[in-house]
Design a protein around this ligand. Structure first.
Ligand SMILES: C[S@@+](CC[C@H](N)C(=O)[O-])C[C@H]1O[C@@H](n2cnc3c(N)ncnc32)[C@H](O)[C@@H]1O
Length: 110
């Protein structure tokens, strides 16, 4: 029988490795060459005007890649980014430092 708690630990531990985090986005670009376009399309199909004051949760925010594009597209929006891997969150905080007033982080699993 698969135990959910164990799965949660594994899914976070796999990402909480600073060496892996450093190359995460470059690795993703290799594995998913259309990653940027996919995120762009996912955001553009959201049925809200760009001026909407959205409040959203990025569950598993990782390096903040999606959140960065979301906040750029919706300049009045805010994000709560949740991730259990401290190493990923540190990179997300660095990437989003100029948008810090619009991002709140919670480092936890669940
Ligand atoms: C595949 S990465 C995706 C990161 C980001 N959303 C992206 O698209 O680049 C999955 C992220 O979810 C986090 N994660 C996985 N399971 C989790 C859990 N149960 N609780 C909190 N974070 C979790 C990992 O630490 C990792 O940063």
């Amino acid at each position: 029988m698969v135990r959910p708690v164990r799965m949660t630990e594994q899914s976070i531990t796999a990402y909480d490795v600073s060496q892996r985090v450093k190359t995460y986005d470059a690795d993703m670009e290799l594995m998913h060459p259309n990653r940027s376009k996919m995120v762009q399309v996912a955001i553009e199909v959201l049925p809200f005007p760009r001026t909407a004051a959205l409040r959203a949760i990025d569950l598993g925010i990782g390096t903040g890649y999606f959140t960065k594009q979301f906040l750029d597209h919706f300049p009045n929006s805010r994000i709560l980014g949740i991730d259990g891997a401290q190493a990923m969150v540190e990179l997300a905080k660095a990437r989003l430092r100029f948008l810090a007033s619009r991002v709140q982080f919670a480092t936890r699993s669940g």
